[in-house]
Design a protein around this ligand. Structure first.
Ligand code: AMP
Length: 280
């Protein structure tokens, strides 16, 4: 089983030793691990000799009416899964270890964190950027891996690592899906069997848009409408459906084969908010 580390001092000391023997990779998570997280860990192990996972449900990235207190947790199960996926240590700090009394610093990434989830979840990316910066400073890994499932988050983290000269390589890993297309997410645990089926409308809608692009569709309005129709067909409530430049995340009015674009969707299945995205 991986060693559980509880303090910044412990994980920094582990990393300092590990760095002498090879490349160190970090995989930050909020726990309740699934195959998506394990894919990140295996990819980390492929690229580095020493792998640390973190399990921390970061209160600063949840809004006041969000699911922080009921977010699923299972450290025992996570440790077993980390073991099988090649993580040597799991940094699982208490909240007061990362945010002791008097903590008053935040990391704010500009434009990239404003639209999409940043607009619907005020303060979310400030919380993400702050905790990821702290984790990167504590561990100082050669590389850190994040999922494309959280596409805006990945771009925000790329920006902060670059802007703050953290000297870490940020690696994005493609989204892992269930065989029927549903993106794996710890929040899928909230879904009833019925909602689980309805949630497939997100992926179906994204595929319809991608197929339309393949058939020559270029107008963003038309592509977005396809997704909206799919969401509506299962009674899902849209939070946003947007097509943006894959790097800058700026809104587009048309897609073009010369410029990578990304379709991003956030929708409520009942009270559960799910996000997904796809390259067009
Ligand atoms: P979370 O525990 O939800 O904060 O996710 C931790 C990391 O796992 C983040 O980098 C996520 O983007 C990534 N991740 C979550 N779900 C998936 C998935 N289905 N496929 C790939 N990566 C994922």
């Amino acid at each position: 089983m991986p060693t559980v580390l509880r303090t910044v001092g412990e994980v920094s000391a582990w990393s300092e030793r590990a760095r002498r023997e090879g490349r160190v990779a970090l995989v930050p998570t909020m726990g309740f691990l699934h195959e998506g997280h394990l894919t990140l860990l295996r990819e980390a192990r492929r690229r580095a000799e020493r792998v640390a996972a973190t399990v921390f449900v970061n209160p600063k990235q949840f809004g006041p009416n969000e699911d922080f207190s009921r977010y699923p947790r299972d450290l025992e199960g996570d440790l077993r899964k980390c073991d099988s996926a090649g993580a040597e240590v799991v940094f699982a700090p208490e909240e007061r270890e990362l945010y002791p009394a008097g903590f008053q610093t935040a990391v704010e990434v500009g434009e990239l964190s404003r639209g999409l989830c940043g607009e619907r979840r005020p303060g979310h990316f400030r919380g993400v950027a702050t905790v990821v910066t702290k984790l990167l400073c504590a561990v100082r890994p050669h590389l850190a891996l994040f999922g494309e499932k959280d596409y805006q988050q990945l771009q925000v983290i790329r920006a902060l690592a670059r802007d703050l000269d953290l000297g870490v390589e940020i690696v994005g890993v493609p989204t892992v899906r269930e065989p029927d297309g549903l993106a794996l997410s710890s929040r899928n645990a909230y879904l009833s069997a019925e909602d689980r089926k309805r949630a497939l409308a997100i992926h179906r809608g994204m595929l319809a848009a991608k197929q339309r692009v393949g058939a020559g569709g270029r107008a963003v309005r038309e592509l977005v409408d396809l997704v909206r129709k799919s969401l509506a067909s299962e009674g899902l409530r849209e939070d946003y459906v947007e097509i943006v430049d894959a790097q800058t995340l700026k809104s587009l009015t048309s897609v073009s084969p010369e410029r990578p674009s990304r379709l991003l969707v956030a929708a409520f299945v009942g009270s559960t908010r799910l996000i997904d995205n796809i390259a067009l």
